[in-house]
Design a protein around this ligand. Structure first.
Ligand code: SF4
Length: 457
């Protein structure tokens, strides 16, 4: 039996795909070992979202070969799609498998092992095999089915792949191809299976879930004609017995229209937690980023959500130091963020990604300016986040418990509310404290530490 070690880099979609690959390997009799142990086969599910992600992907491939020079080192996924020659010249890598071929990992691997034996290649010599398709031309969604995940209560479900947006700083459409949506029946069947296995919450994820369904009926354009398809899907998932919560992954503000909000608000299992990707609070910067909305439209979406849901969590991503971001543009962003009041915000310092339009844009912003802008926004979001959580002190909230952990010398059970606020209850407080997967009503009384409310059952 061969020992296989897997390592994941990058986003939730990559994690999902890695878990399925691990599952397939186990079903075919491979034995999974931790990545830092000696293995016969190392699989690195790579990422290419930034130049740093490329570097980390290379580092992990080299680390695997150093651990066992006789091992088969397999590079899989996004970096493979964009690396081209760099990977060709890399002696650490034996087998290269691009996106949309992950489900075929085992037959590709077995064929490779047979070829290596058949050709009498000494294990410390590289016999290079490459399986990479032209991802920009494929229309096929790569169907993979997850039966269980490392998380205990929440399962991330992949509903689509690819992106048609071509934001000027992003390389993902080149690594993941155009929008390919998963069949509704396959999504529903996967979620039913996971609910039977004990999962209570489904998080719908993908590269650009707002585009779910735009490719059905021979579509595939960059519009949002698919938005009702996403709502149709959520409505069907809502009907699954035993599923308690549905959470949506990152959304484009443009999908949040009146009709969509009205239909979503009628679904009690839908968590009022909306990650609306913003990137900049200045229209001029948004235009250079090739984002297809204005801050006015964004704010309208936020207002719609706030009028339909009680105290929804609105979270976002912001890039600081995009080329040409002047003091005035940044001031605009800062003022917009103050106006919206986010629950959480991921702040990224712009770094040019090779192969994107933004790479060659004039007026780069100096690193010290990017650092200062990032610190300022992180400070703002800490304040806004604490304000959002404070609202719940003294109110009853529903918590889905996930784990037990020691904090400052005491043991607590922790879970999340529907709008993703982390809440702890002391274990000793009641004899039968809630277990992972249980939902209980808690009344938060104070902050336990930054980011966690302390409550009583
Ligand atoms: S929406 Fe923009 S940032 Fe997101 S994956 Fe597509 S191109 Fe990249």
């Amino acid at each position: 039996m061969k020992n296989v070690a897997l390592h994941n880099l990058g986003c939730k979609v990559n994690s999902y795909e890695l878990e399925v690959m691990q599952q397939i390997l186990q079903e075919k009799g491979f034995h999974i070992v931790p990545f830092d142990e000696a293995a016969d086969i190392y699989i690195v599910n790579t990422c290419t979202v930034t130049n740093i992600a490329d570097r980390k992907s290379r580092q992990m491939l080299h680390r695997a070969k150093q651990k066992n020079p006789n091992a088969v080192v397999v590079a899989v996924g996004c970096y493979v799609q964009t690396a081209g020659e760099a990977l060709e010249k890399d002696d650490s890598v034996d087998l290269v498998i691009g996106n949309n071929r992950k489900k075929d990992l085992v037959p590709i691997l077995e064929e490779y092992l047979r070829a290596r034996e058949g050709e009498g290649v000494s294990p410390d010599k590289t016999l290079r095999h490459t399986t990479v398709i032209d991802i920009g031309r494929t229309h096929e969604y790569e169907e993979m089915t997850l039966r269980q995940t490392a998380e205990h209560t929440r399962a991330y479900i992949k509903i689509q792949d690819g992106c048609n947006q071509f934001c000027s700083y992003c390389v993902i459409p080149y690594a993941r191809g155009r929008v390919r949506s998963r069949k509704k029946e396959d999504i529903l069947s996967e979620i039913r299976g996971l609910v039977e296995a004990g999962y209570r919450e489904a998080v719908l994820t993908g590269i650009h879930i707002s585009s779910y369904g735009v490719d059905f009926d021979g579509g595939g354009t960059a519009g949002y004609e698919g938005q009702s398809r996403l709502v149709d899907l959520v409505e069907e998932i809502h009907g699954i017995q035993g599923l308690e919560r549905i959470r949506l992954g990152s959304l484009e503000p443009r999908v949040i229209g009146e009709e969509t909000v009205r239909r979503l608000a009628a679904l009690p299992k839908l968590c009022p937690h909306f990650h609306l990707s913003l990137q900049s609070g200045c229209d001029e910067t948004l235009r250079r980023m090739n984002r297809h909305y204005t801050t006015g439209e964004y704010y309208q979406s936020v207002e719609l959500l706030r009028s339909a849901f009680s105290h929804p969590a609105i979270t976002t991503d912001v890039i600081v130091g995009f080329p040409g971001e002047t003091e005035e543009e940044f001031a605009c962003t800062r003022a917009f963020l103050e106006k919206v009041r986010f629950y959480e915000m991921h702040v990224f310092k712009f770094s040019p990604r090779a192969g994107t339009r933004a790479e060659g844009m004039p007026d780069p912003v100096a690193d010290d300016v990017k650092n200062a802008r990032s610190s300022e926004l992180l400070c703002m979001v800490r304040r806004q986040s604490a304000e959002f959580r404070r609202y719940y002190i003294g109110k009853e909230v529903e918590v889905l418990f996930e784990e037990s952990r020691e904090i400052q010398g005491r043991r607590y059970r922790l879970g999340h509310t529907r709008d993703y606020v982390k809440v702890a209850v002391a274990c000793a407080e009641k004899e039968a404290s809630p277990k992972a997967g249980e939902i209980a009503v808690v009344r938060p009384e104070s902050a336990l530490e930054e980011g966690i409310l302390l409550g009583r059952l």
